[in-house]
Design a protein around this ligand. Structure first.
Ligand code: AMP
Ligand code: MG
Length: 497
C-alpha cells in the first residue's frame, strides 16, 4: 500500500473543478489512500444522464485514460482518494468499527448547475477498514447497484447515483468465483448515521461536533438558527427519513440491509445490496436471503427507520445535551411517515390529497392484494390505465376474487367521480411506474454481461430512466412490464456482493 502512496500513477484530467470538504475534517475521519489497480479493465456501463449532470457531456470522459481512472489504475487530476471510518449497528447489534472497506472517496466536483457532488469508487480495493473482506465488488452486484441507483432517481426517490461501471476478468471469490468491477457512485455526501455513532462510541466529542457542524453548514443550514442546532439537525434527518420510508413503501422498494451504517444522513437510499422491488404484494416479504428473522421485511422497514434514527439520536446526545429536545426531534416520525405515505398512496389513486375515504380504499385494496399476492407494479399501472379509459376487466383479471375487486372498484369510481378524471389519470400515470428493476430483469442482463455483452445493461437503463413512459419498441418491453417468470421467485439474493 505504501508504494501506491509514494509513486502515484499518471493523472487523468477530465477538466473537473474539485474541493475536498470531507477530507478537511481531519485525520480522525479517514485514511488517505489510492485505489488498488484493477487488471486490464474494460467499460461495462455508463449513465449519460449522470455524466451530463456532472458536466462530462462530451465523449472525452469515456476515453481510455478515463477508463483507467474509474477502474482505480490512474488518479483523476484534482482528486484526493481516501477511505472514511464509520461504525454501526448491524441487524440490531452494535458492530463497532466498520468504514469504507472497499470504497475510495475521490472528493467533490462542481456541476454546471453549481452544486457540489462527491465521486466515490466502490470495489476499488483494500483499505484499513476492509476487515476480513477482499476490498472488491463483483460484477453482478455492481450492475444491480448501478441500475437501481439510476432507476430510483428516475422514480423520484432520493438516492445515491451511479456514473459508470468498469470491469475486469480478475477473479473474486464469493459463493462461487466471479469477476471484479468498480462502480463510480455520486452523491452530495456519503455520510451515514454510522459516522456519528463512531465518534460517539469512541468518546471523541470534538470530532462528533466537527462532523455535525460540517453536515449542518453544508446540507442543513436552516438548523444553524435553531436554539439547539443539533436537535434541529436530528429533526430534519427524521423528516427526510420518514419521507424516504414512505417513498420506498409506495414504490414497493425493499432495502435488504437497513443497518445504521447503510443509512444516509441526507435521507438518500444508499448501499444497494440485496434490495428488491415487490412482485406479488406480500407485506411480510423478506428480500435478503441472509435476513433470517425478517428484521428488514417490507412492512417492518418504516419502524426500522425509526429504530435507526433512535441510534442516531443516542450518538448525537453529547451535542444535543437535552434528552427532551432529542425526544421531541424524534417524536414526529410516526405522524410524518403516516402523512407522507397517505399522500403518496392518494397520488397512486389519482387524488390530490388523502382523505378518510381514500385511506379506507387503500386499506381495503392492500388487504385484498395481500390475500391474493397481486403484483404491486402491474396493479397500480393497470388501475391508472383504467382511470384513463381502459376497461375494468383489465383490473378485475388480476384477482381471483373478482366480486371483491369489482366492489372495491365501484367504491373507488364513486370517489374519483368527484374529480377531473383526465387529471387523475395523468397524475396516476406519472406516479405508478410502468417498469421497475425486478430481480429477474437484473439477472437477465447480468447473465449477458458475464458473456461480455454489455449492451443489454444500457438498453435496460434507457427504460428505467423513463419509467412512466410506455416504450413498447424495446424487444423486452412486454416481458419486463409483465408478470415475473416463475423462476424469479427462486432467485436468492444474499448479502454476498
Ligand atoms: P454492507 O452491509 O454491504 O454495506 O457492508 C458492511 C461493511 O463491510 C462496510 O464497512 C463495507 O465496507 C464492508 N465490506 C463489505 N464487503 C466488503 C469487501 N468485499 N471487502 C471489504 N470490505 C467490505
Ligand atoms: Mg454499507
Amino acid at each position: 500500500m505504501q508504494d501506491r502512496l509514494t509513486s502515484p500513477p499518471p493523472a487523468t484530467d477530465l477538466g473537473l473543478d474539485w474541493r475536498h470538504g470531507f477530507e478537511r475534517l481531519g485525520t480522525a475521519f479517514h485514511t488517505p489512500l489510492a485505489p488498488m489497480p484493477l487488471r486490464d479493465p474494460y467499460w461495462v456501463a455508463h449513465s449519460e444522464g449522470m455524466a451530463r449532470e456532472l458536466g462530462l457531456a462530451n465523449e472525452g470522459w469515456r476515453a481510455q485514460d478515463a477508463l483507467q481512472a474509474f477502474a482505480g489504475n490512474r488518479v483523476l487530476a484534482g482528486s484526493r482518494p481516501l477511505a472514511s471510518v464509520y461504525s454501526g449497528h448491524q441487524f440490531g447489534v452494535w458492530a463497532g468499527q466498520l468504514g469504507d472497506g472497499r470504497a475510495h472517496l475521490l472528493g467533490e466536483v462542481r456541476t454546471p448547475a453549481g452544486d457540489w457532488l462527491e465521486l466515490q469508487l466502490k470495489g476499488s480495493g483494500l483499505t484499513p477498514y476492509s476487515r476480513m473482506g477482499d476490498g472488491r465488488a463483483v460484477l453482478r452486484s455492481s450492475i444491480r447497484e448501478f441500475l437501481a441507483s439510476e432507476a430510483m432517481h428516475a422514480l423520484g426517490v432520493p438516492t445515491t447515483r451511479a456514473l459508470c461501471i468498469t470491469g475486469s476478468d480478475q477473479p473474486v471469490r464469493r459463493e462461487t468465483v466471479e469477476t471484479a468491477a468498480v462502480v463510480t457512485r455520486v452523491a452530495p455526501s456519503f455520510i451515514r448515521f454510522g459516522h456519528f455513532e463512531h465518534f460517539n462510541a469512541n468518546g471523541q466529542v470534538d470530532e462528533l461536533r466537527r462532523l455535525s457542524d460540517y453536515v449542518i453548514d453544508r446540507f442543513y443550514p436552516d438548523c444553524r438558527a435553531a436554539s439547539n442546532p443539533v436537535a434541529a439537525l436530528l429533526a430534519a434527518v427524521t423528516r427526510r427519513t420518514a419521507e424516504l420510508m414512505a417513498d420506498w413503501q409506495a414504490v414497493g422498494f425493499m432495502h435488504g440491509v437497513m443497518n445504521t451504517d447503510n443509512m444516509s444522513i441526507l435521507g438518500l437510499t444508499i448501499d444497494y445490496g440485496p434490495f428488491q422491488f415487490m412482485d406479488g404484494f406480500d407485506p411480510a416479504h423478506i428480500c435478503n436471503h441472509s435476513d433470517h428473522s425478517g428484521r428488514y421485511a417490507y412492512h417492518r422497514q418504516p419502524q426500522i427507520g425509526y429504530w435507526n434514527l433512535f441510534a442516531l439520536a443516542q450518538a448525537l446526545m453529547p451535542l444535543i445535551d437535552d434528552q427532551q429536545a432529542a425526544l421531541d426531534a424524534l417524536e414526529p416520525y410516526k405522524t410524518l411517515f403516516a402523512a407522507a405515505l397517505d399522500q403518496r398512496m392518494a397520488a397512486k389513486l389519482g387524488l390530490p390529497q388523502a382523505s378518510d375515504a381514500s385511506r379506507a380504499l387503500v386499506r381495503e385494496v392492500l388487504e385484498l392484494m395481500a390475500q391474493e399476492r397481486t403484483d404491486w407494479t402491474i396493479f397500480w399501472r393497470r388501475l391508472s390505465h383504467h382511470v384513463g379509459g381502459a376497461p375494468a376487466d383489465t383490473v378485475h383479471e388480476l384477482f381471483v376474487d373478482r366480486a371483491a375487486i369489482a366492489r372495491w372498484l365501484l367504491q373507488y369510481q364513486e370517489l374519483i367521480a368527484q374529480y377531473d378524471r383526465a387529471l387523475a389519470a395523468d397524475l396516476m400515470l406519472k406516479t405508478n411506474p410502468a417498469i421497475v428493476l425486478r430481480n429477474h430483469m437484473a439477472e437477465e442482463v447480468i447473465a449477458r454481461a458475464k458473456l461480455k455483452d454489455f449492451q443489454p445493461i444500457q438498453d435496460l437503463l434507457a427504460l428505467l430512466e423513463t419509467p412512466f413512459d410506455e416504450q413498447p419498441a424495446h424487444p423486452r418491453w412486454a416481458d419486463w412490464t409483465g408478470f415475473p417468470p416463475d423462476w424469479a421467485s427462486h432467485i436468492q439474493i444474499s448479502c454476498s456482493s
